[in-house]
Design a protein around this ligand. Sequence first.
Ligand code: SF4
Length: 260
Amino acid sequence: MGEAVTRYKMIREGDRVAVGFSGGKDSFTMLESLILLRDRAPINFTVCAFTIEQGKFLAPIEPFGEFLRARGVDWTYRVDDPSIRLLAEQPGHGCDLCSRFRRRAVYEICRELGANVIALGHTADDFCESLLRNVMFTGRVAALPPITWSRKREFKLIRPLMFVTEDLTTAYAKEAGAPVVPCGCSQKTGTVRRSLRDIFAELEKDFPHLKQTMLTAMSNVTTSRLLDLRFLDLEAGREASDGGTEAAFPLLDEPAFNEL
Ligand code: SF4
C-alpha cells in the first residue's frame, strides 16, 4: 500500500483522509494500514473512517464500529434514508443508482468530517477484473484510476489497495479477528463479476502471479500495438522519394472514400 501511496502521490502534508469503511476485509485492511502509515510517514496527515448504511449489510455493523473504536479509530456511522427508501421502492435497482446515492451521502459526510481525501477500498483484484470487464464488455481498454477528483475538485479520491490482493486482505482480517460484515450484493451469483472471479481462480492455479503481471501491464502500455488512432502516427514514412507525399488509402469517413 505504501508503494501505491508514494508512487501516485495519494496523500500530502496536512491531508485529512476519510476511509470509506464497508465492514468488509478490504476496507478494514486499508484502514489499519493507513493508520500504520500515518504513524510512520515522514509527513503529517490524519485518518478517520465512516460507514454509510444503504440497507445492504447482512448483519448489524455497529459491533464492528465498536471494534474499530476500541482500536482507536475515529469512526462515524450514518444511515442514508434516501438509499433505504430506494431499496424499499426499487429492490432490483442496479449499481449505477446505488452508487449515485452513495456518492452524494459520502460527500456530505466527508464535508462534515473536514476531510479532503477519500480512500476507497478497491483492491488489485478489482483493478484486474475491471480491466477485463471493460475490454470484454464495454469496448474500452481501461481499469480504475488510482487517484481521481470529485467533480468540483472538492475531494481527492484515492485507491491505496491497488497493489494489494484479496488473499492478503482476507488473511489480514482473519489474523486481526475482525468481525467482518458481508454485503448482500457480494453473495450474488450469475454476474459478470462472479464469472471473472472464477476465471481468475482457475488460471491462478497454474499462474499464481497473474494479477501482478496484469498490474504491471497497466503501467506499461504499448500504444503502437493497439488500434486507437489518437496514438498512431499514420503519416510516418509517407514522404515519397521525389519529395512528394505517397497516396494513402483513405479513412472510411473521408469524403474521397464516399465518392468512390
Ligand atoms: S454491488 Fe450492491 S452495494 Fe455495490 S454498488 Fe452495486 S448495488 Fe450497490
